[in-house]
Ligand binder design. Structure first.
Ligand code: ACM
Length: 266
């Protein structure tokens, strides 16, 4: 399976240009699954919810989403892209799984980071796994990495590849994802953005370094921090079916949930 990411620098508040840039960069790719950053159509640093909803897309009525469906169709691939999702009066920080025949699934970010709490509604979609021609794909968005439960619940549902659209500003995630992969024996594709969102309320600089990690916790590739990067590699998703970490330890079966009961509802 050919998988990868596209790292770039979205322009704040310019979905038309950002979408054009994505299509120009990806129109000739040969891949099965490509992951793009969080909020890739709008940029990140909104002032408030009124502003995020102004730039958000209703996926059922969006020229941008339609042109990404066309792209997926023409290249016969799947895309996972982060975008601001308008749903009535609500606005979510979402990721869409887009295939040749349309939007297959939308995940709405469950763990909002910092000032995102003033710009988005908390996600209300469960963590589920999607089947892409027999390969099991899980989604999380950026700051979800801080909560190890996310990768775990995806792995318990059989996820072989965790896709993580990101707009990372802290420096810890990329290394931490090696542990998330190893402790769950899954692949992870983190697609981060780079550049700066300079806004009246301040500036945020994003860390780039998008990456692909194996179920052994090995970094297959990490992009530079502040450059466009299109990376595609061949992986065997079935490697993620082997949950043994030693000859006698299976990372899922050896769990002792009876000792974790304080996790429930706390
Ligand atoms: C983040 O969740 N965008 C840091």
């Amino acid at each position: 399976m050919k998988v990868g990411f596209y790292q770039f620098r979205p322009l704040f508040g310019n979905p038309i240009q950002n979408c054009k840039k994505i299509i120009a960069a990806l129109k000739d790719v040969d891949a099965d699954l490509l992951v793009l950053p969080e909020l890739a159509l709008t940029g990140y640093y909104f002032k408030n919810k009124a502003e995020s909803i102004k730039y958000a897309e209703d996926p059922d009525n969006s020229e941008r989403i339609d042109s990404l469906i066309n792209l997926a169709n023409e290249c016969n691939m799947h895309l996972i892209i982060g975008f601001a999702e308008k749903c009535g009066e609500q606005c979510f920080n979402s990721a869409a799984l887009i295939g040749p025949s349309g939007v297959q699934h939308i995940y709405r970010k469950v763990h909002l980071f910092n000032e995102e709490k003033f710009c988005f509604d908390p996600g209300d979609t469960p963590f589920i796994v999607n089947d892409l021609n027999g390969v099991k794909i899980g989604m999380m968005i950026c700051f979800d990495w801080v909560f190890p439960e996310v990768a775990r619940v995806l792995a318990l549902q059989g996820a072989q590849i965790i896709c993580q659209p990101s707009n990372l500003v802290l420096t810890f995630c990329q290394q931490t994802m090696l542990a998330r992969c190893l402790e769950n024996k899954v692949f992870a594709i983190t697609a981060n953005r780079y550049g700066v969102d300079k806004r009246p309320q301040g500036s945020l600089r994003f860390t780039g370094k998008s990456q692909v990690v194996t179920p052994g916790g090995v970094l297959l590739h990490r992009a530079f921090s502040q450059r466009d990067a299109l990376f595609i590699t061949e992986i065997n998703p079935e490697e993620a079916n082997n949950k043994m970490i030693t000859q006698h330890n299976n990372v899922l079966m050896d769990r002792r949930p009876e000792f974790y009961t304080s996790l429930n509802n706390k």
